[in-house]
Structures are given as C-alpha cells and as structure tokens.
Design a protein. Structure first.
Length: 256
C-alpha cells in the first residue's frame, strides 16, 4: 500500500493550498492512506475543530499534531471524540486525546502513532524510546507509521534507527524543512528526517520573513503574520508491503 505523509500545514493559506493539490496528488500516485500534520493549521497556531473537519473533508485520513496540540482549548473535546486525530503519545495520560489510532483498510490494519521529541522542545514529556517500546508490545497491526515531532535531526535519526525493523515507517515533522534523506533503513523501515511544510514559499517556516528577521536582530517579540504568495505542499510517500509491513521504497517531494 502507498501511504502519503504531508508536512505541517500552516494556517488557512496552507489549508487552502492543500485543498487544491491533495486530491489530484493522491489520485496520480495511487495513495491508499493520507496522514497530515495539522498542529499549525488554524490561524494563530494550534488546531480548531472546524480546521480538523476541513482537513478530513479534503482527504486526510489521519491528523497528527505536536507541541501546539493544546494551544486552542476548543479542540480538547474533539480530541476525545474523534478517532483519527492524535496528539503525541508521550504527553501525560491526563491530557485530552490519544497518541495513536488504528485504521482498518479491509485487507490490513494500519496503526499511526504520534510522538514528540525532548531536545530543545519539551523535556517534561515522557521518554519517547520507552513509550514506543511499551506500545510495540501491545499494538496489533502489521503496518505501523510514526510521526516523530522533534526539533533536532539527530534525535529523529536516532529514533528511526532505533525502530528499524520494528515499524514500517518513521517520518519527522516540526522543523518545516523537507529533507533530502529519504531511504529504506537496513531492516526495512522507511525513513525521512522531516517531511517539511505546506504553506507559503516566501516565508520563514510560514511566517513573513521581515517579522522573523526583526526578531533575530532586535530580540524583541513581534506578532506573527503568515507569508503570502505562492505556496507548496511538502510530503513523503511510503510504499509498504501489506504482508510483511516492510517498506519497499520512499520518496520525498515538493508540490507547487
């Protein structure tokens, strides 16, 4: 089966671009399952129920989140009610929602897991290595996909190698830059350090360049505004063997 993983969708501008590009891309590439990181998809950061509904309506089968999961309180009940939107599993158990979901494809079951790193992002979270070890002892699915939402490339790479042969694919999110290191690891796990961003090209991670440049120059806070103009959809496609759960191939791409 072919699984599409879409990089962090940024604001309404990213959502609208995804609406224009996603259906055709899925059809052209024979995509069976689509995973979209939506933690930045509502204007002002985080995600709202109406934004999640929109992403599902245009072709997302599973929505993953990250460090902005709980920035909008309106999403809390939605995370409890909806099956296929997940926040990082290593948040405390008392937080709303769940950290993984399973999707019944008829011919196989796919488990999608969301996990967050600790380096330079949030050291208060439970250790993702131990959490994944525990989960893999109990999870009942041939195909397992992990969205590892982390800041550093080394932490993402280490997790990919740690899980090599135990999950079908590991893709990184959070840094909004599509990396050129997609590969099938030695024991059959598909891997890419970051699947990038869906949003305005002329921006700094989706935000107007002048705002971020001034922050670096002056060290003073500024109100964020999204970039405008031409957009892109960054993503990766994993080709997974239904019987073995191993990855046959993976490629990252940018759609404009």
């Amino acid at each position: 089966m072919r699984i599409l993983c879409v990089g962090d969708v940024v604001g309404n501008i990213g959502c609208e671009f995804l609406r224009k590009r996603l259906p055709a891309f899925k059809k052209e590439n024979n995509i069976d399952l689509t995973i979209v990181n939506g933690e930045n998809s509502s204007d002002g950061n985080g995600i709202l129920p109406k934004t999640a509904d929109f992403l599902f309506s245009i072709g997302a089968d599973v929505i993953t989140l990250g460090n902005h999961s709980f920035h909008r309180k309106e999403i809390y009940p939605y995370l409890e009610e909806k099956q296929n939107i997940i926040r990082p599993l290593n948040f405390p158990k008392t937080t709303p929602g769940k950290g993984y979901c399973t999707v019944d494809m008829g011919y196989t079951t796919v488990a999608v897991v969301n996990m967050m790193g600790q380096e330079f992002i949030d050291t208060r979270l439970d250790n993702p290595y131990f959490i994944m070890d525990d989960l893999l002892k109990t999870i009942d699915a041939k195909i397992i996909i992990l969205d590892f939402h982390a800041e550093t490339t080394s932490e993402k790479r280490a997790m990919g190698l740690y899980l090599d042969g135990r999950v079908s694919a590991v893709f990184g999110t959070h840094t909004h830059v599509l990396t050129a290191d997609s590969e099938v690891l030695p024991n059959g796990t598909g891997y890419i350090t970051d699947v990038g961003m869906t949003g305005p090209i002329h921006s700094v991670l989706g935000i107007k360049p002048e705002i971020i440049i001034n922050r670096f120059k002056t060290k003073l806070p500024e109100r964020f505004e999204y970039g405008t103009g031409e957009c892109k959809m960054d993503c990766a496609v994993f080709d997974i063997d239904n019987k073995t759960g191993k990855c046959n191939s993976v490629f990252g791409c940018e759609i404009r």
